[in-house]
Design a protein around this ligand. Structure first.
Ligand code: ZN
Length: 315
């Protein structure tokens, strides 16, 4: 069952600044430029690897005048990207050069991790993964392919306690508890290096979150297809008493949503059809794509959306 994390969606600040950070500082590919299907006056920007494969995708709803969020219990704390071990020095240098707010590397569960933030305070980290240099890295020349991100390792969740959410991860998504370090319990999906780690940091009665710029809106887990998703929905109800939303067509995947016991919004997204369903694979993200119901309003939507500040990739 399942193959780990499909994508993480966060709330960003101004779209041009968000686009600049993820494409020009981190060197990710903008794989889809669309709107929030529930709020078509707002962009929905998807960043990922070359194809936007599940497990590599970080997406944003950029709000031009968003107030900063404040981390609290019942929220995703950090999204962690994998890089080759030998790339960590490159990234430390780049963060200094680009003025990225970052921490000194630290050890977590035996791995070297460097935390940093985007301009809106979104909490991110790089984890050094031995052998990741053998995996292909996408590059448009901004970041040399050898140093490029290799998808997500996973996320950490800030919760009152680990148990009830851990039960969802293990029973519905196939994770296994693999260890504890201080207040953090690690869950891994065996054999799944990309998107296969969820850390639960249990902190008891901490402040409630204030959702805003830098807050993660939801974490999506993968289902191979509609049948696997339906099976997960059934088990959530039977084993955990949790009802999901009805299935929503997100054009690039089909999704259901639910609040997990620790109150974080989880999504189950199908792997199919993927981002090349409405534009060629070599032109992903280059033009505004709208779902059919918004096409009649395209002119009005385009006028209302801010400029992304695109420019040709460096040669
Ligand atoms: Zn989503």
């Amino acid at each position: 069952m399942s193959n780990g994390i499909h994508h993480v969606t966060a709330i960003g600040g101004p779209a041009a600044r968000n686009h600049d950070f993820y494409t020009r500082v981190l060197g990710m590919r903008l794989v889809k430029t669309t709107v929030n299907f529930d709020d078509p006056g707002t962009y929905h920007l998807y960043y990922g690897d070359e194809a936007g494969r599940p497990g590599t995708i970080l997406t944003f709803f950029p709000w031009e005048h968003v107030a900063a969020g404040r981390l609290g219990v019942g929220e995703t704390q950090e999204t962690v990207f994998r890089v080759p071990e030998a790339a960590m020095g490159f990234w430390a240098h780049r963060f200094i050069e680009k003025g990225v707010d970052h921490q000194a590397p630290e050890k977590r569960f035996g791995e070297t991790v460097c935390s940093f933030k985007d301009p809106d305070g979104t909490r991110l980290a790089l984890v050094a993964v031995p052998g990741a240099e053998a995996e292909p890295g996408w590059s448009d020349g901004t970041i040399p392919a050898e140093h490029a991100l290799r998808g997500m390792q996973g996320v950490s969740l800030l919760l009152e306690e680990a148990g009830a959410t851990g039960a969802i991860l293990t029973d519905i998504f196939g994770f296994r508890e693999s260890g504890k370090e201080d207040s953090t319990t690690r869950y891994v999906l065996p054999g799944t290096p990309v998107g296969g780690v969820v850390d639960i940091r249990a902190v008891g009665g901490f402040l409630k979150p204030r959702v805003g710029g830098g807050s993660v809106h939801h974490v999506a887990f993968r289902a191979r297809d509609d049948a696997e998703q339906a099976e997960m929905v059934k088990r959530l109800k039977e084993n955990h008493g949790i009802e999901t939303t009805e299935q929503k067509d997100r054009n690039y995947f089909r999704s259901v949503y639910f609040r997990e016991p620790g109150h974080i919004l989880f999504e189950i997204a199908t792997d199919a059809p993927g981002f090349s369903v409405d534009e060629p694979a070599d032109g992903l993200g280059t033009s505004l794509k709208l779902p059919a119901q918004f096409e009649p309003m395209r002119e009005r939507i385009e006028r209302a959306l801010p400029d992304l500040g695109r420019e040709p990739a460096p040669q």
